[in-house]
Design a protein around this ligand. Structure first.
Ligand code: HEM
Length: 148
């Protein structure tokens, strides 16, 4: 009889029941968001220009959203209703360059707060998938066929 190899982790993000618990819970999610916005403010003029002068509400909203999105308390939904991410990003010009830059800053924040291993890879790829889906501007040089 062949014995199936033990999977190395219970889920793609690791052994904890949720990615939220795997990263270390509320304090780590909060730290991740603070780090992410600090990085944008320090070194990403393109993204910085989209944000209000004071980013404390932007920070609070992303923290609340990520808490629920990662499987923790649904803070955003409880306080503000459905996030409707695509709709809420429509006022901003988001092409591949902006989406990639957003993910680059988030990846840097993931490393800075010490999230590592499978949950880091999982987070990064889910963030990337979501960011790509929020693009609302065709990239320069891409000819979109007109189907009549
Ligand atoms: C693709 C690149 C992205 C850009 C350029 C971008 C940019 C922005 C900007 C400018 C705001 C407004 C901030 C404010 O009003 O203070 C915002 C809000 C928000 N973003 Fe993004 N974002 C991106 C991707 C993402 C991703 C991938 C997520 C989730 C994983 C996300 C989650 C949110 C949330 C929850 C809000 C608050 C919505 C609200 O209640 O107004 N964003 N984003």
């Amino acid at each position: 009889m062949e014995i199936a190899p033990e999977p190395s982790t219970a889920h793609p993000w690791g052994d904890a029941p949720t990615p939220y618990e795997e990263v270390g819970g509320d304090l780590v999610v909060r730290a991740l968001v603070e780090e992410f916005y600090d990085i944008i403010e320090a070194e990403s003029p393109g993204l910085r220009a989209m944000l209000p002068a004071n980013t404390s509400t932007s920070r609070q909203k992303l923290y609340e959203f990520l808490s629920g999105w990662l499987g923790g308390p649904s803070l955003y939904m409880e306080r503000r209703g459905h996030p409707r991410l695509r709709l809420r990003h429509m006022p901003f010009d988001i092409g591949t360059e902006e989406a990639d830059e957003w993910v680059r800053c988030m990846n840097q924040a993931i490393v800075a707060v010490g999230i590592e291993g499978p949950v880091a890879t999982f987070l990064s790829s889910e963030m990337h998938r979501t960011a790509v889906g929020l693009r609302n501007r065709p990239d320069p040089g891409v000819i979109v066929p007109r189907i009549s």
